[in-house]
Design a protein around this ligand. Structure first.
Ligand code: NCD
Ligand code: ZN
Length: 447
């Protein structure tokens, strides 16, 4: 039997919720794991049994949901485990994550979806939503049992890590389940360019290294959004990095295609010249692009063409990220830096927009609960400290991965609290010390 979550009043915070049009000091009253009320001042009829959580100096918003993480479960516990990945998510300010199916074995059948859900529930804390493979074994040619996975709880379908090679398989899959709400999430990278170590451009030419051009991404994005157009399927482009991909997304939406795209912190902040020293830790798919692409991507976030943020948390064991560049695994940990990096990059956008990109819009994409603090919703809440200086130290990550695009960078926004269904799964004070108390910060304390 699970312990009942205590009733709590989260008091004194600046509460920002784009769905309620709210930005004011409020008390969030949580009863039985659900938001009971958002109150101006003290509750009229205070519940004397409710625990008072002092949130003065914090911003509280609807729980952040990361639509794109790699938890490496099952198959690669040396890179990440469900425990370490979900702890990293909580510390990063996320109350839910959607887990990509490029595991060993891949999540390509209903039983694998159910097992992942059960394993994450046994850990508790941050919610974990499985994404099922589009094709059997993610091999790119034969459609997997999508309806069975949807019934078992898959929130979306993707062969992420690779493009679904067969247009025919992708088209048939989308057509077959066009009636289901689960979207397809495309990893756009033409397989013909496999083996590329970085972006193709001036830097790869200089280094004499094989690169993947913007076209390798944008051409597949166009292919996949055409599938969306002819099937009517809800579609989403993972980790958009090339300016031409944004053009393709704009075009598709202008013709009525129900499509969205996500931006990652590294693609809005880093450029391919960071590989000038053959830095293996910066190898990622899609690759870091040119400054022109970074500008275009940021502009697409500012104008709302891209309205979803994702970490693409892709942890690897330290050995996997060592030089040479050609041997290094692609990707790096992102859960514990994503919020700070995005708030820093888009400091001119209203906070409510950033909250929507991290929460409301993701809940809508995946068709999951949350994304709002409206009374009656599950009490999934993200707390942030603004104007809190800190420096990224990968040695302090709860993720097992130590590679990051942001080592040593200084930021001034830091996740302070993650509440899932009323349970405080992570909480720190302004100096980063775990808050005391029986239920607080269980996951902040490293074993
Ligand atoms: C991801 C991984 O390691 O699983 N790597 C990456 O560079 N992004 C795969 C992916 O998201 O495409
Ligand atoms: Zn991918």
């Amino acid at each position: 039997m699970k312990n009942r979550v205590p009733n709590r009043d989260f008091v004194g915070a600046r509460v920002i919720d784009p769905t309620l049009g709210l930005d004011a000091i409020r008390t969030i009253a949580v009863r039985n794991g659900v938001i009971a009320a958002i109150i101006d001042g003290a509750p009229a009829e205070p519940d004397l049994d409710a625990e008072r959580v002092d949130c003065a100096g914090m911003v509280l918003c609807p729980g952040f949901i990361d639509p794109h993480v790699h938890l490496r479960h099952p198959g690669d516990p040396q890179k990440e485990t469900l425990e370490s990945g979900l702890a990293a998510a909580a510390a990063g300010g996320f109350t839910a994550v959607a887990a990509m199916p490029n595991t060993r074995p891949p999540i390509d059948r209903a039983s694998a979806v159910s097992q992942l859900i059960r394993a994450a529930e046994a850990i508790g804390g941050v919610r974990c939503y499985p994404i099922g493979s589009v094709t059997i074994a993610r091999a790119g040619d034969s459609m997997a049992a999508l309806r069975g996975m949807a019934k078992a709880g898959a929130v979306a379908f993707s062969d992420d890590g690779a493009t679904t090679a067969s247009l025919k398989a992708l088209y048939h899959a989308a057509r077959l389940i066009a009636d289901l709400p689960q979207p397809f999430l495309s990893h756009c990278d033409d397989p013909a360019f496999e083996g590329a170590l970085m972006n193709e451009g001036a830097i790869s030419d200089l280094l004499g290294v094989a690169g993947a051009p913007n076209l390798a991404e944008a051409a597949i994005a166009a292919r996949d959004l055409l599938v969306a157009r002819v099937t009517g399927k809800r579609w989403h482009l993972c980790h958009v990095s090339a300016r031409e991909t944004i053009d393709v997304l704009r075009w598709a939406r202008s013709t009525g295609v129900d499509a969205s795209g996500e931006a990652t912190p590294h693609h809005v902040r880093c450029t391919d010249d960071q590989l000038l020293g053959f830095d293996a830790s910066m190898r990622v798919n899609p690759p870091l692009r040119s400054a022109t692409d970074v500008r275009a991507l940021k502009a697409a976030v500012v104008d709302g063409t891209i309205d979803i943020f994702a970490s693409d948390h892709a942890p690897h064991a330290p050995d996997d990220k060592e030089p040479p560049l050609s041997h290094a695994c692609v990707g790096f940990s992102g859960l514990e830096t994503a919020v700070a990096a995005m708030f820093d990059t888009f400091r001119d956008l209203p906070i409510a927009t950033l909250v929507a990109n991290f929460s409301t819009n993701v809940a809508r994409l995946l068709g999951v609960e949350g994304g709002t603090l409206a009374p009656g919703s599950p009490a999934d809440i993200t707390g942030l400290h603004l104007e809190r200086q800190w420096t990224v130290d990968p040695a302090a990550f709860l993720s097992k991965g130590r590679a990051t695009a942001f080592s040593g960078q200084a930021f001034d926004v830091k996740p302070a609290m993650s509440v899932v269904g009323g349970a405080i799964v992570y909480a720190v004070d302004r100096s980063g010390r775990p808050l005391q108390g029986p239920n607080a910060a269980r996951r902040a304390v490293k074993a």
